[in-house]
Design a protein around this ligand. Structure first.
Ligand code: FES
Length: 167
């Protein structure tokens, strides 16, 4: 999605241009664009009178924020010890093959970003893959194929008359 200054100003105004609402402002921008575009960060810095370095400090501290463009769907493969010994490397290979990208990358169509994490704190469910916040425990390559296929189909699905009316 293209950065539009007016949209970011609207978010800043929603929080009454308060410095103390920096985190909320960045959260909303992240939700809107799926990342924090540099121009948006600069605008936030200017409008809230917070030094640019401090805005970047907050943006880079929290894992929820991304300073690089991310796909519509975030696929996270846990590669912590428990997941590793239960097959995470095989799962990761399959996800890479399915999406055609390496960890840290986004597909050309901006649909998927692949990430790895060291432990999700749910080792009993190892190996785990998380897609858009949904945990898929005791994953196998077959299960992951089905999950990714479902998300790929979501992209291709054309709007029905019913869904068009809702807008
Ligand atoms: S190692 Fe994967 S959840 Fe802990």
């Amino acid at each position: 999605m293209k950065f539009i200054p007016k949209e970011v100003i609207k978010i800043i105004n929603k929080y009454h241009v308060k410095k103390s609402k920096l985190l909320a402002v960045l959260t909303d921008i992240q939700a809107k664009y799926n990342w924090l575009p540099p121009d948006a960060i600069k605008l936030v810095s200017e409008k809230l009178c917070v030094p640019l370095i401090d805005v970047y400090g907050v943006a880079s501290f929290y894992h929820a924020f991304s300073l690089t463009p991310r796909g519509k769907h975030i696929v996270t493969v846990c590669s912590g010890t428990a997941c590793h010994v239960r097959g995470a490397p095989i799962i990761l290979d399959r996800v890479q093959d399915q999406l055609g990208i390496s960890p840290g990358c986004t597909t050309k169509d901006d649909q998927f970003t692949l990430e790895t994490v060291n432990c999700l704190g749910a080792c009993a469910l190892a190996p785990i893959v998380v897609v858009d916040g949904h945990y898929h425990g005791q994953s196998t390559t077959q299960k992951i194929d089905l999950v990714l296929t479902k998300y790929k189909k979501k992209k291709k699905r054309k709007p029905t008359k019913k869904s068009r009316k809702k807008k």
